[in-house]
Design a protein around this ligand. Sequence first.
Ligand code: CMX
Length: 441
Amino acid sequence: MSQLKEKLQEKIQAHRPRITRLTKEFGSVVIDKVDIGQCIGGARDIRCLVTDISYLDPQEGIRFRGKTIPETFEALPKAAGSEYPTVESFWYFLLTGEVPTPDQVKAVEAEFKVRQQVPEYVYTALRALPRDSHPMVMLSVAIMTMQKESKFCGFYNSGKFNKMDAWEYVYEDASDIVARIPVVAAFIYNLKYRGDKQVAIDQNLDMGANFAHMIGQSDQYKDVARMYFILHSDHESGNVSAHTTHLVHSALSDPYYAYAAGLNGLAGPLHGLANQEVLGWIMDFQKKLNGAEPTKENVTKALWDTLNAGQVVPGYGHAVLRKTDPRYTAQREFCLKTPGLKEDPLFKLVAMIFETAPGVLTEHGKTKNPWPNVDAQSGVIQWYYGVKEWDFYTVLFGVGRALGCMANITWDRGLGYAIERPKSVTTDMLEKWAAEGGRKM
Ligand code: CMX
């Protein structure tokens, strides 16, 4: 058993009695109420999911295992010659809640080197798809194609399946998916945008650095990849990609089925596809300027044109956050400290939208949160480093999101969480309870 798996086993065994006690002794303690607005309005703010991997506070933003983004970056061991941690060290931290030692990080890196070999048939399947398929379709297909590798599925069908050990097989699949997904993403990038000019894995590089190497990027991009994958990893459990992955896995569908489903949710324009939409919006805006300089006035007009056409301003608003997303801030700070990037015209335009859009959205009066989310800033960095194919940006999100989703379902099995099955009601029932001033319990 690997060091990480052993540590995880220790953590899961120590945690199990807490869940058993909560269920058995305190199962009927009420922690929330549900009103008709929440019932119709996408279950907003109903506390009915449990995770210890991350927590999202509306004002403060995300904490991974109790640490803010700056605290996380500060605490974790760094990649050689870099200010940023490796993705491997973050994976250890997400799974166990402990900051790994440099040796523990090395062990995860060694484990990933073995796991990251992608079966050749995945590439055959991807090459068989129409080349103009969306890269998120390609990523989802690649994950589904690998389902036949699932060790969890093998265990389930072995006749020896039991609830206590099931997490170990989820861990195996989860680790394979996390190790392989950047390699698959790089293959898709090279297939779609670089004429199928493929680059072999460099076994000496950590995950982020190897991704940069495989898509033909500069040394500087290694930190971009590390930062990007970590920032996009997890946002507690209620968002569409994390929740879908959890829901599908709750039926004991294996991690491949579960994460392909999560990725399909991430591909929605109100969720992960918003980073592609932001670049699309900016390019449309620049086209309409016809060579004129962007100003606060013409940015304001473009925002109103979008809102008056009944569309959303991509990259702004959030279902939980009520302030600027710290993931936006972390990327903005990266831009500000990177010579060249902070002078880049696209960065300046995004900064101008940041100064303008919250006021416009507040005046428009619909959104509960007029501030930018993660997707408003992420494309600028990619564009600056030459990753200009913006339909690929959600794939980068999907590589990062695998870390959170896979850590979560490993723990779901470790703690034996139940198949998810909320209750639906009819409109007649809601109207009856509305007339009666509430449902009689
Ligand atoms: N532009 C215009 N209108 C917006 C808006 C925006 N950026 N954000 C919210 N609104 C509107 C909603 O569409 C809703 O309108 P209706 O009452 O007509 O349905 C109203 O404001 C209230 O919405 P809300 O409660 O503030 O926000 P929701 O929880 O319903 O939705 C989100 C959250 C993210 C889907 C929404 O803010 C949005 O569509 N933003 C733009 C797309 C985007 O950037 N998504 C990425 C989110 C981060 C991620 O998951 O990657």
